[in-house]
Design a protein around this ligand. Sequence first.
Ligand code: TTP
Ligand code: MN
Ligand code: MN
Ligand code: MN
Length: 372
Amino acid sequence: PTEGSPLTPVATVSRYACQRRTTLENHNKKFTDAFEVLAESYEFNNMERPCLAFRRATSVLKSLPCAVRCLGATQDLPCLGQHTKKVIEEVLQCGRSFEVEELLSDERYQTFKLFTSVFGVGPKTAEKWFCRGLRSFSDILTDHSIHLNRMQQSGFLHHGDISRAVSAAEARSLRSVIDGAVHCVTPAATVALTGGFHRGKEFGHDVDFIVTTPELGEEESLLPNVIDELKKQGILLYCNYQASTFDMRKLPNHHFEAMDNFAKCFLILRLESSQVEGGLHCAEGDIRGWRAVRVDLVSPPVDRYAFALLGWTGSRQFERDLRRFAQVERGMILDNHALYDKKKKEFLAASTEKDIFAHLGLEYMEPWQRNA
Ligand code: TTP
Ligand code: MN
Ligand code: MN
Ligand code: MN
């Protein structure tokens, strides 16, 4: 039977990524790569809606168990509008999308892509620099009217290293570095890998960890002490520490883009080549004997651990849809700190991620199935 034939009932695909098991195996990469360029370009132009539309479409195609071979195969899929279908059709017919090709050679797109590849530079800063006529790193670094903040200065300084992907072997090595530093300052503390590597990715742009202590309140001093320890070891190249602003009486915020209020730090660490099985994933670094890597640490109070873990495991699209599902389908508000039932007017406690899925009436999904 052919795909889409009325004789072969196909399970309907949910509109929510949190109801689609999405592994890293993407059978529709040629479409999703095109969509991602379009989404990014809309993001650069501050056009949130079409950006999100392409991100949703990307996520739907990533969840499919096989490749889309004709436009008809997309007719029952959610989140695919006219524009996305036009791109699919072009890719099916010509192997590429002209709109995407045009963007890839567009000066504005290329410049935004270059500028936002710097740690500490987002679309707003890229826009400001682009409008001033700046087009290259040397344009920026030689323009003395431009003020770079500390994060951006480190971003430029370590750009060569941190723009290179981090490998799973490097992530494992960093895990023991962080484990060592955390246990040195607080023996009872726990460290868990989160983010993309927790979802089973082979490569990432950084490595994310959640650290906490079994004693409520003790997490307050945890990160500052860990940072001191990393400094003492001589491997702290950059640190942006944000103390907790968490207020447990506050209602959660369903807006995903709102950052959480836990204590966290965005770091650049020095990773020794000799500590990584098979060497560094960065040729220059291997010659030098070390490379710079981006590491994020977050330390929630232990009673919020499950919410923080669920929020930081991602993917971003999975998180967006989890919150949207909670809000629209359940009348609940979910964020990285808590889950609140609006009808019952009460907070729903959770000590594991499974508890949160259960409160939401969702089937549990393993981290490796959350690559939406
Ligand atoms: P990222 O590290 O940005 O993304 P990733 O690990 O999925 O992929 P990559 O390989 O590119 O690193 O973010 C991980 C998750 O953390 C993501 O779901 C968003 C979440 N997050 C927060 O919830 N709050 C924050 O303040 C930050 C910085 C991230
Ligand atoms: Mn990450
Ligand atoms: Mn991160
Ligand atoms: Mn809203």
